[in-house]
Ligand binder design. Structure first.
Ligand code: NAP
Length: 288
């Protein structure tokens, strides 16, 4: 058996096309052009690629994009001052501080400085708390993209056994929290595994939906998957042989019912959900 591919690339394209008309309606009816400010400190190569791709997505959709590129030795106080300045700029709807930040900067302090109603990354504790109680305004982008992929691929989450491998604050914990909400596209029974989990295979083997965000190439193999399960591979690992996920695609695709590829799976959804949050942030200003 070979699993059906869930193409994040195709879903992202479809959603981005939907956003084009939403943005032009916002402009025409309300005179508002959604605006995203991205701050990049230093020259991390992966971050440079992400920021470039964010700019391309903004341009395609009609979202205004502001980029602030700062040197690796940019002081923390100056960075916080820049965030404050953007917090007060009514023309800016979303603020994104590209992670990771250089070691001399306290990431938590900077992320907490972003105004919650401009926190389109969904990392501010106010937004994390709202997610917890089922009242999220901005879901973190990668987990939100995973939920969207499940919905649009027709994967039933209601009553499903979901196993998440990984408990990071940006992927593992939020996707678990999203999928256990008493809501449409959720209502799942969720287990979180991590490096201290005993007999991980006994958990992954019973998952109807297996979400892997371990940051370890091919940590999950076909023998750890329940036949017919939907497998979402969040991992992005750069090996000498090229990009690979946290799931061993070759063995997994023989067992799974549906599976996301790497690249072209979760990756394109992250930027798409960032666009969704930015448009939402702009829309929310109309209510004020
Ligand atoms: P992270 O912060 O390194 O967290 C990894 C988590 O996986 C930790 O909770 C760790 O457990 C757990 N883990 C590691 N190895 C394990 C194993 N063998 N068995 C069980 N659990 C294991 O990583 P992250 O930020 O969540 O990212 C995960 C992956 O997703 C990375 O490859 C990253 O590049 C990718 N990613 C992709 C996107 C995208 O847009 N496509 C976005 C974000 C991240 P402990 O807590 O016990 O250490």
């Amino acid at each position: 058996m070979s699993a059906e591919l869930i193409s994040g690339k195709a879903v992202a394209e479809q959603m981005q096309n939907e956003f084009v008309s939403e943005v032009s309606e916002l402009k025409e009816k309300h005179g508002v052009q959604p605006c995203l400010a991205v701050i990049l400190v230093g020259e991390d190569p992966a971050s440079q690629v992400y920021v470039k791709n964010k700019g391309i997505a903004c341009q395609k959709i009609g979202v205004k994009s502001l980029e602030f590129r700062k040197p690796a030795d940019f002081p923390e106080a100056d960075l916080i001052q820049l965030v404050e300045q953007l917090n007060h700029d009514a023309a800016v709807h979303g603020i994104l501080v590209q992670l990771p930040l250089p070691k001399h900067i306290n990431e938590t302090k900077v992320l907490y400085a972003v105004r919650p109603d401009k926190d389109v990354d969904g990392f501010h504790p106010v937004n994390v708390g709202k997610l917890m109680i089922g009242e999220a305004e901005f879901l973190p982008c990668t987990p939100a993209g995973i939920q969207e992929l499940l919905i649009r691929s027709g994967t039933e989450t209601k009553g499903a056994e979901v196993v998440v491998v990984g408990r990071s604050n940006i992927v593992g914990k939020p996707i678990a929290m999203i999928l256990c909400q008493k809501q449409k596209g959720a209502d799942a029974t969720v287990t979180i595994c991590h490096t201290r989990t005993k007999d991980m295979k006994s958990h992954t083997k019973r998952a109807d939906i297996l979400i892997v965000a371990a940051g370890k190439p091919k940590a999950v193999t076909g023998d750890m998957i329940k036949p017919g399960a939907t497998v979402i591979d969040v991992g992005v690992n750069r090996l000498e042989s090229g990009l690979c996920g946290d799931v061993d695609f070759e063995t997994a695709k023989e067992v799974a019912g549906k599976i996301t590829p790497v690249p072209g799976g979760v990756g394109p959804m992250t930027i798409t959900m960032l666009m969704k949050n930015t448009i939402k942030a702009a829309r929310l200003t109309l209510k004020k």
